[in-house]
Design a protein around this ligand. Sequence first.
Ligand SMILES: Cc1ncc(COP(=O)(O)O)c(C=O)c1O
Length: 359
Amino acid sequence: MIKPPENIRSIKPYIPGKPVEELERELGIKEAIKLASNENPLGPSPLAVEEIQKHLIKINRYPDGSGYYLKKALSSHLGVSEESLILGNGSNELIDIAVKTYMTADDEAVMAWPSFVVYPLAVQMIGAKSIKVPLTEDLRHNLKEMAKAITDRTKIVFVANPNNPTGTINYADEFDAFMKDVPEDVLVVVDEAYYEYVTDNRYPDTLEYLKAGRNLLILRTFSKAYGLAGLRIGYGISREDIIIEMNKIREPFNTNSLAQVAALKALEDKEHLKRSIEINEKGKHYLYKAFDELGLEYVPTETNFIFVKLKGITSQELYGRLLKKGVIIRPIGEDSVRITIGLEEENRVLVQQLKAVLS
Ligand SMILES: Cc1ncc(COP(=O)(O)O)c(C=O)c1O
């Protein structure tokens, strides 16, 4: 029998949820409401869909491995050079690429906890060690403690800003103090998957640190506000020398042709982005009010999901009860849940069912 090494054997497999259609069949319900994966409930940009249709006929060809047109558009959108950009099969892939590029099994990565579950997985896959620093009491990254956790073995520090699953951000002054503490031989990976949703003006402008030449990799995605989660496309912004190294690890055709053309159109479709953000803002305030009325404790969010702390019911119980009513949310640990903000009607049904299952 062949066995993988211990670092692989000890990974707890990710158990994907059943397809919504299958759940609907099993539960005998129609039109389940999926508020579990922080997707854009509005759908993709119609311009992106139209563009995909135009390009379907060409899928016998390999994609453009350099992502030429998308990188060109992103370069002018962001005001950075094309050489400082890398495309990924979701920003998720860029997390893996960063780890493989800069870490060996003897190294450590520092991260907040709880945070995005993919960071420790990527680190474990190469047999390296994750140092998890607990969030502050108000569920934000404890950047001071994270800086203190850096040792000679640390190669990467992950900062999810905003954080998943709490929806919280770290402020510009905190980030600035943190960057002063980070040694020159450590790469800071700032994951800004929810960047477009942030409204708090204390949010740091991380591009400034790149312009100042710091070791920084900024990750953003088309999966959230741009509504293209199913196509898998995200991007990294970094110093040109860092991008050169990361490109050595990247598969030559890592992002598919339909994702590239759709992302280009989604970037141009300012109206769709604006509507997506507006719907999220409205839904956010509707849910805050409803949660207040239900006596549910929640954390104000800078994203398209809300972290809710439970009392008198476990996360699995609430998840199970809502599931039977056709509403899918994400349990987090024993006593919290993460709920994606949906369309107006979806939020209304969620609140109605929450009232029913909590009473
Ligand atoms: C913090 C964070 N980073 C990265 C991702 C990955 O996004 P994608 O791979 O779809 O770009 C997610 C998705 O949920 C996320 O929450």
